[in-house]
Write a new protein. Structure first.
Length: 202
């Protein structure tokens, strides 16, 4: 499957999602080229990451009941990641683990991300159509390196979920933040945030 084939599949399934999909592909292309990450895998995973996004909750629950029931303990917002992986494996014969992992974990993140997953995880949150309050911050920090970008995104997502007092946050979201904070270093990350704030005040 090439990128154009993937985009045609997604457009047929969920045409209303195409603006977001194309934005994620563009951002993934930028990050993959910037950090010398496999471009084919990054673009294909970006194109396919929301392949299950328009499925009904009940249909996704049916799949997860047999495929990966542990997800059913957590927010329905994460279901389309593992269900997307299931569809790619079982209906589209995608076998590449890097692409499959990027689709499965693009919502939650994962403490053991490879670079393709990092690219898709960041791109989904920072593509050109996103307008949430933290988007400029996350875009800016993703230009430092991928680990800092993942940390910024995971922190922003976790802060948002906690502000909504959600009690069904997937543990991978927490583990991703904690692991990447350790990788980047608390002092280093605090320095980066301070530099960003100083730059905004200029």
């Amino acid at each position: 499957m090439d990128l154009q084939e993937a985009l045609k599949i997604v457009e047929k399934i969920n045409p209303k999602r195409m603006s977001h999909i194309l934005g994620v592909v563009d951002q993934a292309t930028h990050l993959a080229k910037r950090y010398n990450v496999n471009l084919y895998k990054s673009q294909l995973a970006a194109a396919l990451h929301d392949i299950a996004n328009n499925m009904s909750i009940s249909d996704m629950e049916t799949i997860l009941n047999t495929y990966n029931p542990t997800y059913l303990q957590y927010s329905t917002n994460v279901y389309h990641g593992p269900v997307g992986r299931y569809l790619l494996e079982n209906e589209y014969n995608v076998t590449d683990e890097s692409i499959l992992n990027a689709v499965e974990f693009h919502v939650t993140g994962h403490p053991e991300m490879d670079d393709v997953l990092k690219v898709v995880y960041i791109s989904d949150y920072t593509e050109r159509g996103r307008t949430h309050p933290q988007v400029h911050y996350c875009r800016t920090l993703s230009e430092i390196n991928l680990d800092v970008g993942v940390l910024a995104v995971s922190e922003s997502i976790l802060n948002y979920l906690q502000s909504k007092h959600m009690d069904d946050i997937h543990p991978l979201s927490i583990q991703t933040y904690e692991l990447f904070l350790e990788k980047v270093g608390e002092d280093t990350y605090e320095s980066i945030k301070n530099h960003y704030q100083r730059h905004l005040r200029r």
